[in-house]
Design a protein around this ligand. Structure first.
Ligand SMILES: Nc1ncnc2c1ncn2[C@@H]1O[C@H](COP(=O)(O)OP(=O)(O)O)[C@@H](O)[C@H]1O
Ligand SMILES: O=C(CO)[C@H](O)[C@H](O)COP(=O)(O)O
Length: 374
């Protein structure tokens, strides 16, 4: 799969899809991308020098080096962090080190529009080691030879350039932060669970928590923190067994008030990031009952238990107490699942009014445009 080519093609086909009569109304564009999806590109041409490292790829080979330079339990101390991807590439590549530049998926796609190479935002840059509190790369990272690849960093939503004379581009963010923004949850204690291919949790908190032992980290959201993490469980596991149509039909037959006796740890492959950070965690999806309804019920309930463990963990680590959970992503439309989760979490759970991360990116674009016109 030529990922980079398909991302570029998708971006331009989306732009072409904007109806002609609406084009004059477009004032500003922003993009969210999967967090920790990493590109090593030529710093002069922007062309990739290596295949992209995808968000869920792990580079355990780089972990000992990263752990030897980073503070204990730092967010970069996880095999899937951007820094591990960078170090892994640095250790195998011979020839292109001097001309190389690191970008994230959203940075690279935005560059195609604004043309200024070498800029990222502080959400995407978190997992390469950027410190959003001091607004800088820490000295332990700066002193490494590969730090020459690091992009400069600005706040999400900052204006960066023009696509055309009258269309500005604003800096982007990660996909699950965009989903949080889409839900318009602005008070500490409000949380968004993104039930897409994976399960990502974001709780708005006044305290910052980072603990790689559990895959917990904090993104900056203006003057507050989005505390949480991303589990490898989620819709991709459901997709292995059921089509979207089957998910809808089978779910209708589930009684959400009744607890399923089945106890699984639904993963597509070996390895978990959060609330258990264990690259060797084995999926548990057996025994499979004869009834598909019972099987689906067991999987949905087990994912809800992982979500509950995650929120309890955030509380134990000192985050602002969660009061209410909004849901984004493909799983948000499943009302039976919402009820199961409400029972298991013991919290009010509802579908966010806007469940698409793209809506959050659009809000970011709007914020940037408003700021620019002031
Ligand atoms: N009715 C449903 N109940 C639960 N999950 C669903 C339902 N319909 C679709 N999904 C799941 O939603 C996921 C897609 O959601 P989406 O937010 O588009 O994912 P992505 O993270 O890939 O952008 C699929 O993996 C699918 O299994
Ligand atoms: O698994 C994911 C990709 O779909 C998550 O959305 C992602 O890892 C969450 O990262 P972040 O919290 O940095 O936005």
């Amino acid at each position: 799969m030529d990922w980079v080519r398909s991302w570029r093609a998708a971006l331009f086909s989306l732009l072409e899809d904007v109806p002609v009569h609406l084009r004059p109304l477009v004032a500003s564009i922003s993009i969210d991308g999967t967090s920790a999806t990493t590109l090593i590109v030529d710093r002069n041409t922007g062309e990739p020098l290596w295949r992209p490292f995808l968000y869920n790829e792990s580079c355990p080979d780089a972990l000992p080096t990263v752990k030897s330079v980073a503070p204990a339990n730092h967010t970069v101390c996880s095999g899937s962090s951007t820094l591990c991807k960078l170090v892994s590439w640095w250790n195998i590549e011979e020839s292109n080190k001097k001309s190389a530049l690191l970008l994230h998926q959203a940075d690279w796609l935005l560059w195609l529009l604004h043309g200024k190479l070498g800029v990222s935002d502080y959400n995407n840059a978190l997992k390469v080691g950027y410190d959003p509190a001091s607004d800088s790369y820490p000295p332990w990272l700066h002193s490494q030879p590969y730090s020459q690849l690091l992009p400069s960093v600005i706040a999400p939503g900052t204006s960066i350039g023009n696509l055309k004379e009258d269309i500005r581009t604003q800096f982007g963010t990660t996909d699950s932060i965009a989903a949080f923004l889409a839900a318009r949850a602005t008070q500490p204690g409000k949380a968004v669970t993104s039930l897409g291919s994976t399960l990502a949790i974001k709780l708005l908190s006044t305290t910052r928590i980072d603990d790689a032992r559990f895959g917990v980290y904090s993104h900056r959201l203006d003057d507050k923190w989005l505390v949480g993490g991303a589990s490898n469980t989620g819709g991709a596991v459901l997709k292995q067994f059921f089509t979207d149509e089957q998910l809808q039909k089978l779910s209708e037959q589930i009684n959400p008030m009744e607890a399923s006796p089945l106890d699984y740890y639904p993963l597509k492959a070996v390895g978990e990031r959060f609330p258990v950070a264990d690259p060797n965690l084995v999926p548990r999806l057996h025994p499979r009952p004869e009834s598909d309804v019972e099987y689906l019920h067991g999987i949905l309930e087990s994912i809800a238990h992982i979500e509950a463990t995650a929120y309890n963990l955030l509380k134990d680590l000192g985050a602002t107490q969660v009061e209410e959970v909004f849901t984004a992503g493909g799983g948000a439309k499943n009302e039976k699942w919402t009820k199961i989760r409400e029972r298991v979490l013991g919290l009010p759970v509802s579908r966010a009014k806007q469940t698409e991360a793209a809506y959050g990116a659009a809000l970011l674009a709007l914020k940037g445009a408003q700021h620019h016109s002031c």
